[in-house]
Design a protein around this ligand. Sequence first.
Ligand SMILES: Cc1ncc(COP(=O)(O)O)c(C=O)c1O
Length: 390
Amino acid sequence: MLNRRMTGMGSTIFAEMSALAAATGSVNLGQGFPDTDGPREIAEAAAAAILDGRGNQYPPGPGIPELRQAIAEHQQRFYGLTFDPDSEVLVTAGATEAVAAALLALVEPGDEVIAFEPYYDSYAACVALAGGVRVPVTLRPPAFRPDTDALRAAVTPRTRLILLNSPHNPTGSVFSRAELTAIAELACERDLLVVCDEVYEHMVYAGEHIPIGSLPGMRERTVSISSAGKTFSFTGWKIGWVTATAGLVAAVRAVKQFLTFVSGGPFQYAIAEALRMPDAYFRGISAELRGRRDLLCAGLAEVGFAVYPPDGTYFVTTDVGRLGDADGVRFCRDLPHHAGVVAIPSSVLYDDPDAGRTQVRFAFCKRPEVLRDALARLERWRAADADRVR
Ligand SMILES: Cc1ncc(COP(=O)(O)O)c(C=O)c1O
């Protein structure tokens, strides 16, 4: 029954894998959400807002002023970027809605949208919803660096926009200043817009997160998107935001108005407080996740996976070819039964499935004991396999 625009879009693999995790009692390192909630005082701030009657009725369309102000302060504090909270900030139902609204607002039917693959699964669907044509440029292992020559070659007179994601899900690549500068120069030269998904901005373990909107010539052509879900470990609250020039924000808001109109009133009050937490909080989450990254990467390598350690996000990409499996989808379907662990085949995040056929993504935003349990299960499975072969 699905309409033609959406047919073939996205993948049902995330739902399939979560169902498999439940059915087999597996450790779920598939979908990217933390297994512990964010700061208690922020949860209390949300509860207090509900009980005090703040945000229980439709909040203002652009988001409550307190949160827009806090988002503007956050951009100033971390990146030295100035945004007018009244006209240059928009609160959305998570980054997901921000991406959808931005693409629906800025892409005309037939426009080409370039994105680095593998990409977050909503991108292909949103480009399709907007009637756009997606043009992938492939990030390749081991480092998954953006190939800026390939990007340049992908631009045509129909190109409207580059859809970026750095730090990048699923590869964990954090685009460098030089890479972003090359992308920015191309965008300026060819008069392209850039929509940049920065939801993992505070989860960087090597290098630094640089908003592309901070580079010369980019402020007027960049829609920057982020979200509280990852940074504060409240993925269920779905509070995201857009920062851009007043004109771009107005365009995105015109679409957002007819998607959700508004959402998450009381949570907006709580996230306004969260964004003002001291630097130690932001340093703390990346230090904690770095430890978990190291734990999982070392353990997976020990088990026999080829591991591509990420510089950011909370995902690690592995290659299962070395384990004798040429197909990541089959590997991930079998793994819960064999080992009691769930992961995601990265091939579903590529237009060209051959490019990522043997890549498998694990999430490390889980408690260390959960990661250790997963690793112990994988080790037992490999040991049993080795015994069978012997
Ligand atoms: C790259 C990327 N963008 C957006 C999102 C979704 O963010 P939100 O939950 O704020 O909609 C995710 C979640 O996994 C993501 O990985």
